[in-house]
Design a protein around this ligand. Structure first.
Ligand code: DLL
Length: 429
């Protein structure tokens, strides 16, 4: 199913021509931003320097820190009176990053969300409950307007009060939900406690944080949905940048709107398809806040073309951030790897926390793990066995010795938005 078949299935040659035309327009428009005028002048880049799409590598990267330095409105390329909404990015220390939208931007953004939802078979006959923050976070209003554009009934339930959320799903016959995978996990626990089955649900759209195949399986089983991964970031409008199709093997990124590169985060060199690195994106249709070669910090790779749905090259699921990779005693660890190990052990519950300390100059990782309610025998011997087993599995997967503490079901923090499961308490070296 297509929202905009012509553009979604464009032939590579036509697509490249469109990308190039849009890149040139972006370069023109970006001259309204003082930061870029200076940057491009310093790099000796004029409009005539960019003759092909490949010439993009001549342009310097834009980093999140650049955007922070431009706080609040330093990256806007249109007069303030043309900006009709702003959002800010979540979860960073210090000042947030501000992103702005013209009416045209909001229209394109909701169109992209409509493409994604249509791609997974959602239609105007669906009933959609949007269980994410409706404030400065882009997930709420972003999905809201996209879903309304398709014409389904939208329930802007936002976050909080999980029992009420579950009642609404049942009372209003909700078919599609959207939330973070961590909240979906929590919701499934509450539904279980309430002994209710959420029969009307068909589709779950989950994103805004990394999640694994094992979480997908668990969520599908517990909530009775087909679960799809949704990727985006505020700097590129918000959600809607890339989304899984019904194949659920990689995410389609909308190449007519986003020029994609994968780079080695250390050298900045472009990597080949199939090589994992940092996703760098040049948005091609943003009016209020165009960006050039934006370093997302997210780790992915470009997959081989050839998806049966004909929507072009996909990116692989995000495995973490190039900057949240943990280096523990010289070993690189992604939090998603820890989750993956834990979820494979049936006696382990859904919640865990990771603490990293430096004790006697050595990094120590402690993992607090909730026991699964259904396996909680209370027998001391069983607990000791389970604890040993988790240590062994973590060592096998991460090649790292960890301390594992088992805690009672329900005792670790639950998250309504993005989960923060790793607390690094080491002093900077
Ligand atoms: O999280 C936008 C969004 C809302 C996406 C709802 C999907 C659903 P930010 O708050 O700016 O925007 O955070 C963006 O979150 O750079 C990734 O590190 C992470 N992220 C987002 N989606 C995924 C995903 C929204 N599906 C940052 N898998 C991004 C892994 C994700 N990480």
């Amino acid at each position: 199913m297509f929202w905009d078949k012509k553009i979604e299935t464009m032939k590579p040659k036509d697509l490249q021509a469109l990308q190039f035309k849009r890149l040139k327009k972006t370069l023109y428009q970006i001259q309204n931003v003082e930061f870029y005028r200076k940057r491009l002048a310093e790099a000796g880049i004029k409009s005539s320097s960019i003759r092909t799409l490949e010439d993009i590598t001549k342009i310097p990267f834009t980093k999140k820190q650049d955007l922070r330095d431009g706080y609040p409105f330093g990256f806007f390329a249109v007069p303030l009176k043309k900006i009709i909404r702003i959002h800010t990015t979540s979860g960073t220390t210090g000042k947030p990053t501000v992103v702005g939208y013209t009416r045209n931007d909001l229209d394109i953004w909701s169109d992209l969300i409509a493409r994604n939802m249509t791609m997974v078979g959602i239609t105007k006959n669906d009933v959609f409950q949007n269980m994410v923050n409706y404030g400065m976070f882009t997930g709420g209003l972003g999905f809201h307007y996209g879903a309304e554009k398709i014409g389904m009934m939208v329930i802007p339930s936002a976050t909080g009060n999980s029992k009420r959320q579950i009642e609404m799903i049942n009372d209003f016959g909700v078919t599609t939900i959207h939330c973070t995978p961590s909240y979906a996990m929590h919701l499934s626990e509450v539904a279980e406690e309430m002994n209710t089955s959420l029969n009307s649900l068909k589709t779950g759209l989950f994103g805004a944080e990394p999640w694994s195949e094992s979480i997908r399986k668990t969520l599908e089983k517990r909530l009775g949905v087909t679960a799809y991964d949704s990727y985006g970031l505020s700097e590129l409008f918000g959600p809607g940048v890339a989304f899984e199709c019904q194949e659920r093997d990689g995410l389609h990124i909308w190449h007519d709107c986003y020029l994609v590169e994968i780079i080695d985060p250390k050298t900045g060199d472009q990597l080949a398809d199939g090589e994992r690195g940092e996703l760098v994106v040049t948005p091609l249709v943003k009016e209020a806040m165009p960006l050039l070669r934006y370093r997302t910090g997210d780790v992915s790779m470009l997959m081989e073309d050839g998806c049966i749905c004909r929507r072009g090259k996909k990116i692989a699921r995000i495995t973490g951030r190039s900057d949240d990779m943990l280096v523990i005693r010289g070993i690189n660890v992604f939090p998603s790897q820890i989750e993956h190990v834990l979820l494979k052990i049936p006696e382990v519950g859904n919640q865990f926390m990771v603490y990293i300390d430096r004790i006697n100059h050595l990094d120590e990782m402690t993992v607090e793990v909730e026991i699964n309610r259904n396996y909680f025998s209370g027998e001391l011997a069983d607990l000791a066995k389970l604890q040993k087993n988790i240590v062994k599995e973590l060592r096998n997967a991460l090649e790292l010795r960890t301390t594992v503490k088992l805690v009672e079901p329900g005792s670790l923090p639950r998250f309504e938005g993005k989960a923060k499961r790793v607390i690094d308490r080491r002093e900077a070296i």
